[in-house]
Design a protein around this ligand. Sequence first.
Ligand code: CP
Ligand code: NVA
Length: 302
Amino acid sequence: MNPRHFISLLDLSGDELRSLINRAIVLRNNRDPDYQPLKGQVLAMIFEKSSTRTRISFESGMSHFGGSALFLSPRDTQLGRGEPLQDSARVISSMVDCIMLRTDKHETVTTFAQYSSVPVINGLTDLQHPCQLLADMQTYFEHRGDIKGKTVTWIGDGNNMCHSYIHAATVLDFTLNIASPKAYLPLKDIVESAGERIRFFDTPLAAAQNSDLVVTDVWASMGQEEEQKQREIAFRNYQVNAEVMKAANSDALFMHCLPAHRGEEVSADVIDGSQSVIFDEAENRLHAQKALLEFLLCKKSR
Ligand code: CP
Ligand code: NVA
């Protein structure tokens, strides 16, 4: 039987995602050290890019559940010397129970999944960051209840996070307003797959009107460091600041996947202000991914 993978948020139905979020909320509120459903199980974590939250949350999550996690960097494995992905996936999956990858190319994760005999989790690619959305949605549900029918505003780069927000709008049925510079819009086929839930605006102020959640991300993602200066110019009118938050609903939340650059994509008063839930959001990476690991690896919880 083919294992169940988590490459995209679209791999989950709305019911599955809601039950995973509710499970993550339970795990956050009631930590039982004797509950070790992954005892003896091993997660291999392949990181081609840097990470704080993703690495620590998966490693701690496996440890809480009685299992363990291996940190593998291409620099120190044969992957970095060009061993074919197909062979690597078959070999690694024959020795562990689950594989998490953070890679540049989305195809690396899909190829791994094709040849892996165990579940593969997307820990971020150039195209998507679905694990972050589990935590973001958990955070919204905790603070405000179900997001169905609400309005979320994405401001800034139409990047991997924006794509996963588009997927979340589809799976959980909310409206996503997007304000991005013309040259940095999200990919057309991803936008089209979400239908009328996605609406584009010319300015952050217009996009934030009537919004329940405002989200942004860095202007230059990992691997785009050389474009930093050019992007600072392109995005200079796309900062989430007090004026933008004022245009949103008075009880709107602010989220950012972190790491953040205060004074660039978000002003310090917003990210450190009362509407910001960034630290709950970051902590929820742990709880949401524990719920994900349980969902993928414990047959009983499905
Ligand atoms: N948000 C996020 O994925 O953080 P890291 O890059 O630190 O893992
Ligand atoms: N868009 C960012 C997200 C980091 C968690 C990046 O890809 O670098």
